[in-house]
Design a protein. Structure first.
Length: 226
């Protein structure tokens, strides 16, 4: 498909479908309302399905959609672990602090139900991969297992954590990790390119909504001469 407005020329004005704007002072919203605003406004978000292992050897896996790739040298990802209303530390963060390692597994269309199931508040002693019926696969360079059903897995070592907020509900810890090894389904990977039509990752939207990649188009960045 061509881009939505191929007739657009640099400098030409565009018309938006909206005529009115509501100002939102996030400081005046409750923490819950702020969270709802953020997850509704920043869409779609990719989902990191993060597997970790505790010092005692219990495997944990949970989805995180405040997630992105942030550097290619060193290859790095970041995701954010929020403090829940009861103030407890999520198992994923506790395990990463213990072992300094984690795996980011892709959340693909064929496995989204078990991915979301793993967001349940299971006890730390529960092996969530087993609980969801997912298959652990040994990692190459880190101790947490990969999720075999995921089309892609990135083995990561903790670079640093960054705390945001006062540690109360809604405050967060950013987990930055360096990818030390990766795996990708061969069918999705050709000549160094990942084919997103086969890869089929799911995006998280606001509320309980999710989206698949729909219509796509290509659009080149202009070459600006000096
Ligand atoms: C699709 C999806 C995305 C989520 N994203 C986040 C997130 O970015 N940060 C977060 O703290 N929790 C997020 N959650 C909630 C966690 O997955 C949930 O709190 C989970 O129980 C944490 O597991 P753990 O205690 O085993 O680490 C998300 C849940 C779902 C279903």
């Amino acid at each position: 498909m061509t881009s939505p407005h191929p007739e657009w020329k640099p400098g030409s004005k565009i018309t938006t479908p909206f005529s009115d704007v509501t100002g939102v002072d996030l400081a005046e919203l409750s923490q819950k309302e702020r969270y709802k605003f953020l997850i509704g406004a920043i869409v779609p978000r990719p989902i990191a399905f993060v597997s970790t292992i505790s010092r005692d050897g219990v495997v944990n896996v949970a989805p995180f959609s405040f997630f992105s790739g942030v550097s290619s040298s060193p290859p790095s990802v970041v995701f954010s672990v929020g403090t829940p209303p009861d103030g407890r530390e999520k198992d994923t963060l506790a395990n990463i602090k213990e072992t300094q390692e984690f795996v980011v597994n892709s959340a693909n269309e064929w496995m989204i139900e078990p991915v979301v199931h793993c967001a349940g508040d299971f006890l730390k002693e529960i092996n969530e991969m087993e609980e969801a019926g997912l298959t652990p696969a040994p990692s190459t360079r880190v101790s947490p297992p990969r999720v075999a059903e995921s089309a892609m897995q990135m083995e990561c070592k903790l670079t640093q954590t960054v705390s945001l907020g006062d540690g109360g509900p809604g405050s967060s810890t950013l987990v930055i990790g360096e990818i030390v090894y990766a795996h990708i389904a061969s069918d999705c990977y050709e000549k160094g390119r990942i084919d997103f039509s086969k890869y089929r990752t799911v995006g998280r939207l606001g509320g309980l909504s999710y989206g698949l990649i729909g219509e796509t188009f290509t659009l080149a960045v202009p070459k600006v001469s000096e």
